[in-house]
Design a protein around this ligand. Structure first.
Ligand SMILES: [Zn+2]
Length: 378
């Protein structure tokens, strides 16, 4: 069994359901300290974080990821114990196998090999790991970045280990993510008897034309790196349950996933302009869960692309699709951020799994990124 598979299994045995870390970071810190990393556990509330750094000089190459996992879902649908890792036909099963304990293990073993071969590398190596990426993501990476910013400690290049691959390992890397803007809309009406509509004001009817326009709107055309902004209604409810009552209120939850073509303010304005034009009587609360970010082709994307190409023989595609990631907290500090990880076909599902061979390829690719960026005499 390889060191990377062994460490992945050790982490999988710990049921670190978000925001629980269950000792994963201690296991990792115990591997990094002997390599010369200055290990700094940073706990905030129930969340465990780890910042570890080897070297004082710039540039800083940081590996980022999370130890927490999402809940198992129905246990009876799992063919194996989700917290008892099992390899069958070259595939490793367990909650967190792909998202993203194999990624963490690949980072740790890559760091071990790289430091052994290049003890006097240039710049600094660092890791930023958290136990709250799948949860509210308030006391995790976001807080650690605040600590680093307060003492003016900068990350130049950040490799995030989220599962980014599709059909085969390394076919996709992420160079950015879309932003996410949510709204809680309440449409106000007047409740009444359904046979006396002149004495009531039906918020469902009031909202319907505006909803049709919101759904049909093309917000932008996207750009070279991003797909067009998407608008979705996730929840809608009104009515008392009685068939003879016009409801007094309609509640809607909506979400926009948007690119660097957009700003939060511009999107909010366009939504409210549509509601106003249709004379909807409403109030709305907005939540921004992440701003879009993009790392343009440069030193880091070049190194990651070359590392993947040398490891797998194929060129990765650049993507910005999918949900948000903790890269959204690191990119605004000015760091270049690229995500590279194993296949994402089973993440958050029952019977989550990863190909064992891909874990090894990932570790090789991470090691190669370090060589390309920090080995001396290159
Ligand atoms: Zn993840």
């Amino acid at each position: 069994m390889t060191a990377t598979l062994e460490l992945t299994q050790e982490l999988l045995r710990r049921p670190s359901i978000s925001p629980e870390d269950h000792g994963c970071l201690q296991v990792i810190a115990a591997r990094l300290a002997p390599l010369g990393f200055r290990v700094e556990p940073l706990a905030f509330g129930p969340v465990a974080n780890l910042w570890a750094r080897r070297g004082e000089a710039a540039p800083v190459l940081c590996f980022a990821g999370h130890t927490d996992v999402v809940p198992t879902g129905p246990r009876e649908e799992w063919r194996t114990d989700p917290f008892e890792p099992l390899v069958r036909d070259g595939v490793l099963y367990g909650r967190g196998a792909a998202d993203m304990k194999s990624g963490l293990a690949a980072m740790v073993t890559a760091l071990e090999r790289f430091v052994a071969r290049h003890p006097d590398h240039r710049g600094s190596l660092a890791v930023l790991f958290t136990s709250d990426e799948e949860g509210p993501s308030v006391d995790g990476t976001r807080r650690v970045v605040e600590v680093l910013e307060a003492r003016n400690e900068k990350i130049d290049w950040c490799v995030v280990g989220e599962p980014t691959s599709g059909e085969v390992f390394g076919d996709t890397i992420k160079v950015g993510r879309r932003g996410s803007l949510s709204g809680r809309l309440t449409v106000h009406g007047v409740q009444g008897h359904i046979a006396y509509p002149q004495l009531a004001d039906n918020p469902v009817h009031g909202f319907a034309p505006a909803m049709a326009e919101l759904v049909a709107t093309q917000w932008d055309a996207g750009n070279e790196f991003f797909q067009p902004t998407s608008f979705q209604i996730s929840n809608i409810s009104a009515g008392t349950g009685a068939p003879n009552v016009i409801p007094g209120e309609l509640k809607v939850r909506l979400n926009l996933r948007f690119s660097t073509e957009q700003t939060v303010e511009a999107l909010q304005k366009r939504v409210t302009a549509i509601l106003d034009r249709h004379r909807v009587n409403y109030s709305i609360e907005w939540f921004v869960s992440g701003l879009p970010f993009l790392t343009r082709p440069g030193v880091l994307t070049g190194a990651v692309e070359r590392a993947v190409e040398e490891t797998t023989g194929q060129k990765p595609a650049y993507s910005t699709t999918g949900g948000t990631s903790d890269g959204r907290f690191i990119a605004p500090t000015g760091a270049q951020v690229v995500e590279l990880g194993v296949g994402n076909a089973t993440i958050h599902k029952v019977n989550e799994c990863v190909r064992v061979a891909d874990i090894e390829l990932l570790s090789r690719a991470y090691e190669r990124v370090m060589e390309l960026l920090l080995a001396r005499g290159r």
